[in-house]
Design a protein around this ligand. Structure first.
Ligand code: CMP
Length: 137
């Protein structure tokens, strides 16, 4: 049994895609065990993406992630990290496979609608960044 963090990024919320993304999660049997809406400060976005702080896109990414409300969720299930990453599709929407969230909705490499943890250690960090134990079913 694994857990992963999912974010519907500010572009997805602004474009009215919350329902579409949640529908795709449910249709693919990705169980949601926690969910909330929040608007990250620039500092909170920088803390969340600290691993990318040396990347050239760090400033722009953290500006974007703090530009509006996002939905954060915890998904749980067997092999859920890999299963959710497969459903999201490649970071670069141009490389995303048919049937994935980014293929369906993303139009930009940075504003790519969703985020998902990439490994058990990052999932543990990312989940605890937004949720306390009490908030997860
Ligand atoms: P995410 O899966 O949230 O992880 C890091 C984010 O950085 C990524 O999605 C994109 O939003 C962004 N990102 C990754 N690569 C690039 C890039 N080459 N240019 C701009 N943004 C990027």
């Amino acid at each position: 049994m694994e857990r992963t963090l999912s974010i519907i990024k500010p572009d997805g919320v602004k474009r009215g895609l919350i329902g579409e993304v949640v529908r795709m999660l449910e249709q693919n049997n990705l169980e949601i065990v926690a969910m909330k809406m929040l608007h990250m400060t620039k500092q909170q976005a920088e803390g969340f993406y600290a691993v990318h702080r040396e990347r050239p896109f760090f400033q722009s990414l953290t500006d974007f992630m703090s530009s509006g409300p996002a939905i954060v969720m915890v998904l749980q299930g067997e092999n859920v990290i890999a299963r959710y990453r497969e459903l999201m599709g490649a970071t670069n929407y141009k490389e995303a496979a048919e049937g994935t969230i980014r293929k369906a909705f993303a139009t930009d490499i940075e504003q790519n609608v969703v985020h998902g943890s990439d490994a058990p250690e990052t999932a543990a960090f990312e989940i605890s960044y937004f949720f306390s134990q009490l908030e997860i079913l």
